[in-house]
Design a protein around this ligand. Sequence first.
Ligand SMILES: NC(=O)C1=CN([C@@H]2O[C@H](COP(=O)(O)OP(=O)(O)OC[C@H]3O[C@@H](n4cnc5c(N)ncnc54)[C@H](OP(=O)(O)O)[C@@H]3O)[C@@H](O)[C@H]2O)C=CC1
Ligand SMILES: N[C@@H](CC=O)C(=O)O
Ligand code: NA
Length: 905
Amino acid sequence: MSSFCSVISQSSFSISFPHFPLLTFQSHSPSSLFLRKSVNLGCTRESPSIKIHSSLTDFSVDVAVEEKKLIKGETWSVHKFGGTCVGSSVRINNVADVIINDDSERKLVVVSAMSKVTDMMYDLIHKAQSHDKSYISALDAVAEKHSLTAHELFDGVDLATFLSNLHQDVTNLKAMLQAIDIAGHATESFTDLIVGHGELWSAQILSYVVKKKGTPCNWMDTREVLVVNPTRADQVDPDYLETEQRLNEWYSLNPSKVIIATGFIASTPQNIPTTLKRDGSDFSAAIMGALFKARQVTIWTDVDGVYSADPRKVSDAVILKTLSYQEAWEMSYFGANVLHPRTISPVIRYGIPIIIRNIFNTSVSGTKICHPSIIENEDRKILRNYVKGFTTIDNLALVNVEGTGMAGVPGTASTIFSAVKEVGANVIMISQASSEHSVCFAVPEKEVKAVSKALQSIFHSALYAGRLSQVAVIPNCSILAAVGQKMASTPGVSATLFNALAKANINILAIAQGCSEYNVTVVLKREDSIKALRAAHSRFYNSETTIAMGIIGPGLIGSTLLDQLRDQASTLKEESNIDLRVMGIMGSKLMLLDDSGIDLVKWREIREEKGEVADLEKFVQHVHGNHFIPNTVLVDCTADSVIASNYDDWLRKGIHVITPNKKANSGPLNEYLRLRALQRQSYTHYFYEATVGAGLPIIGTLRGLLETGDKILQIEGIFSGTLSYIFNNFKDGRLFSEVVAEAKEAGYTEPDPRDDLSGTDVARKVIILARESGLKLELSDIPIENLVPEQLRVSASAQEFMQKLPKFDQEFMQKQEDADNAGEVLRYVGVVDVINQKGSVELRRYKKDHPFAQLSGSDNIIAFTTRRYRYQPLIVRGPGAGAQVTAGGIFSDILRLASYLGAPS
Ligand SMILES: NC(=O)C1=CN([C@@H]2O[C@H](COP(=O)(O)OP(=O)(O)OC[C@H]3O[C@@H](n4cnc5c(N)ncnc54)[C@H](OP(=O)(O)O)[C@@H]3O)[C@@H](O)[C@H]2O)C=CC1
Ligand SMILES: N[C@@H](CC=O)C(=O)O
Ligand code: NA
């Protein structure tokens, strides 16, 4: 008890401190004091006798000694660590490492109280005020927290010194709380004095840890230097001149290369302890940054930087590499958790950059807030970054004062806002039509009742006389603000924003844009807030070639395509700015939907877990109904004609279609012609390269020939990968059924292999090429040689067919031997005879030296005889079936679509 005191009377008491004489307090005006002198922790004094003559404010120093470096801004860097950064001994250690690893010559570190401690201190006061004696045990708990932390971090004399100080503080605090308990009241300055202890303790602990790690440093009780004048409630203004003078004095006594300073706390010009109020530690750091003219101020927090929008609401939000002061200011005002505008002001004057960084993820460089002139092209990758960020404020109400009697009457606005001021409401946004018939403004919902009442009362006679028609309140509103310095003098930014909102079917209630053009603010209904935020963000941040995809039929081909997309997505995004998002995957029974894009690494597992009953209408609505992605494509990987019958509806809706499914193009001619006509009219794309020759460029080659004016005479070839494989391998005594099973196993066949063996699949390809060449043929116009034995054509399933096929092996063997004996091979070919406007599909015999006899595997070979390629046909050859090549062909169509939509080629 050597250092403390007792309550002398209810109105005054005294406390003694280690470095101060006994002080006596009046309870109504407590403490004109500094609680503790800052402790020199052993910094080597480079030149103890040096005097600083300089003015820290203008930084023009004329000192020819080492200490001159104090005021050379470039040598100082300022760091601020919030409560979570120093929330435990492990974290404090981590913070100390960050400080030591900063290679700046001199460092000033501003530190907050350990997390939750400030709240605990306020709680002590509340308890004491309400005579709840548990403040004593609660204070012991706070002390225990710091004592334990100190024990974990350092030892010896430092630990003893810290614990002794802590003990003394606690003893003093108990007396102060006792005084509050007796008085039943704590004045503001008394409260500030008590709560500021959290910073005193954390700064001391951190400085001992830095010192223990071998870096000498001093800790600074900022109340000794930082002088502020209270302005309005909850605000203070720094007295830079006085602070600078005190700082000089402090530094001359404690010259240090590393200073650990308490955040949040300061004192009045009368030396009464006070605080910097909300976000006080950030403010402390900015003030110190300005006084030291630091090269930068780093605010360490637990997020990676400032996001382009709240990442909890917008999954695509990105960390902004740079923000101008003005942009940061605007974003803070409109609710982004950036920095309080007030905290930025001290550094703006000197153009000192502020860096927001994550202490828990130091690999990320964070967001640099600085003068626009030093914002390099760091955000160049972000398209159209005229708008940097989007923020929303919810729980607002719009007040609309309307009437013909307002126009040309000076003072109406003044009357309105005087009334609003009278009830203490905070006006967040104002908009007035130039006709002056209405003024509307947004206030917090909780304040609108009082505002409305005040306006009704003040305009009572104007309303009665009809000069004003109404004072209307629109409740449940939100504000969406788009912020960006480059918006100024860039035409079309607002139009883009409004267009994005209109497309998302969002009604705008009011609009405001200041002359600075740094932000456009719109008021919306509360329920539209998140939708509006996402719509606006995606319009400015997603590339033009962001494509919402729906994959129908995740069978062999569909799932292979999904795997290829998974493997290639990030490269496409990084290198070509093509952003492919699979929003839905639908099979015949189950479908999986996701709002921002399915994780293609785990889609199979997620579908098991979250799959819902397949519903085509819902699926299409989901994939296309996402207003935040400018393009939609449905990829039909089924062999289903019902799915194919929907293409025209999709194209009409503006949905692009890509498919390997042959049903639509080989179905009824009139439907095919209608589909093609519709596709041309609707400016949507319909690609189907994989329907013929899988990934081989067959349709593309044919189109190229036709579009460049060539005339097709004949297309002849082996169009079936399955039949090619079968006849390439059906030799040397092998069984026909065995080779068919191999082709199925290899993924060459249609879902039902009879579609291949019947020749139907080849006939469909012939029809597709014939129609592409301008012939108006139906599938029934093509004579087809069916290889499926008569008895098996009626088999109930593909499986049953496969089981029974061996019974017919002998029949096939005979055909093969007959051909072999004649020095020939069997090949199943299709022909499009353009001159005679017909097609055919049949099993033919070719001499063993014929090019068709030279194929292997699932090779297709297609020969285009044209006017230009009359004597030597243009030949395309290669594997024409199989999962990888087919999915690759579909993928290539998707990229063609992206390129048509504007992706770089
Ligand atoms: N294999 C190849 O080499 C080539 C194939 N193609 C074409 O690719 C397409 C797919 O072939 P493949 O992957 O082998 O066939 P699969 O039988 O392996 O896959 C078909 C998929 O379509 C789904 N499906 C069927 N009907 C519906 C429906 N009504 N709604 C939603 N999904 C449905 C199935 O779902 P579920 O499993 O739930 O029933 C399955 O996922 C076919 O049109 C084929 O002609 C084109 C070129 C080459
Ligand atoms: N089953 C087909 C697959 C490609 O269309 C074939 O074998 O060619
Ligand atoms: Na192809």
